[in-house]
Design a protein around this ligand. Sequence first.
Ligand code: ISL
Ligand code: CA
Length: 577
Amino acid sequence: MTTIDPVHLVGETALEPWWRSAVVYQVYPRSFADSNGDGIGDLRGLIDRVDYLHELGVDIVWLSPIYASPHDDNGYDISDYRAIDPTFGTLEDFDELLHRLHARGMRLVMDLVVNHTSDEHAWFRESTSSVDSPQRDWYWWRPPRPGFRAGELGAEPTNWGSFFSGSTWQLDEKSGEYYLHLFSKKQPDLNWENTDVRAAVYDMMRWWVDRGVDGFRMDVINLISKDPALPDGELSAGSSYGDGFPHYSAGPRIHEFLQEMNREVFAGRPGVYLTVGEMPGVTIEQARLFTNPERKELDMVFQFEHVGLDHGPRGKWDPRPLPPSALKASLARWQDGLGEVGWNSLYWNNHDQPRAVSRFGDDGEHWFESATALATALHLQKGTPYIYQGEEIGMTNVAFDSIDDYRDIETLNYFTEAVGELGLDADEVMPVLASTSRDNARTPMQWTAEPGAGFSTGTPWIGLNPNRERINVLAQRGVPGSVFEYYKSLIALRHEDATVVHGEFELLWPEHPTLFAYTRTTAAAELLVLVNLGGATEAFETPPGWNGAELVIANYSDAKEGELRPWEARVLRRTSA
Ligand code: ISL
Ligand code: CA
């Protein structure tokens, strides 16, 4: 078994956490690899692919939820935090996976979903059993709005709208009270104001830490502290719900809770674990606080600014074209904002986002070039890069043409609302789903060109992308000039070149509409990153001193001085000797 040092020496003096030079790979288990032909990916399937991940070169696996769950939201609704869902396997399988990863020098980060539980969790069952239950206060129970009868429209305790359509309140007929659910009604929100709730969560986290896990990705962790007064949100034109976000996000006790969690779970073992908080709507100012090492809250956060730029006034279901200049300005702002004090997590994709090559790139004519250009733009930044399964082979959006093909609760709820209350035509809604639905990220991993794509010998739980015949691991692994080999080189580069890890970021040509260019600088060396985020050839003037510099990586086999072709990416190095 390879030993892995929690911290390693940087330069002469400073100790720095291991995850700063690491690359993370996210596995969405249900769609990764199915070992028993039931059509659903599982732990055994993942165990069989550990060597694949090792070959790619990633350091950490972030595993989306595998806990016991009724799967209303594909496992983000947990009914038992200490059990593996039988769909995915057993605790023995889990231990074996952990052992295999550690033996290969890789680490495992669990998904921690503690803003809410499933309504089938024992805690919620007990909480619902009686208004006098000692666990009643573990969730957010409220009587109907004064002047309204339970169940009547308008009786909801606040006017907030759920992330998954409809109200955030569900009536419990038995008690005549409502419970809060920011997501589906099968995902009741835990009341973090209650000390016992927090103690139970920390206890559960310690249980996994004792089992050997290396950290946690924390689901919507900025939502755990709410304004206990639960005020109504502002109403915006065209919406029947108020905006509760300012009242349930980054609430008054958020920093206190995260510091407490850090103390209670990781105390005495700083730098050993990786913590990354998923934080929709987080601002740079907040992120600087959350990720400042001195405050002992989180190592890094997932921010959402760059994946919200193509949302229109009515949000994600109202997509608008995205000028590359807006994208590069946003990325550069975060590089600058967290460069000195905090730490960035870098991602294009996850299980909630459409596929990057379809969304920000060109999944047609310039598929290879744009997949690798986007990869270069991201991986050369300062921060910890995250790769979502299939991204390393350039998987694309699926664009199902029938609503029956979709599985995601967010998508299905929205469709019902759109063709119902909103009165839209199904024909208008389908193209929107095709470009924005979370299911674009959830079609099975394409291992081979076979009918089951090497994912399953049975019928997959969600349809495969027909382009598996062209885009698959078998066609790329070990094949020079493939997206897979390009990702492998980028990962290796981060491990080999300290400038990629530590270099200061500086944006060049901020005004240029499509060329994303930046430098990364340390005392010893400097990198120049040039990426064309568009499909036309662009001329540029080589910055002074860079003519004839060493070429580190490029996605075209030849380079023309002063010109970047469609989606061309090029990285140069010079040393200060
Ligand atoms: O996916 C989104 C928009 O399409 C987000 O609003 C998403 O719901 C939000 O980022 C929170 O995501 C996380 O928590 C959800 C779960 O459905 C997501 O899969 C998870 O990543 C509730 O647990
Ligand atoms: Ca299976």
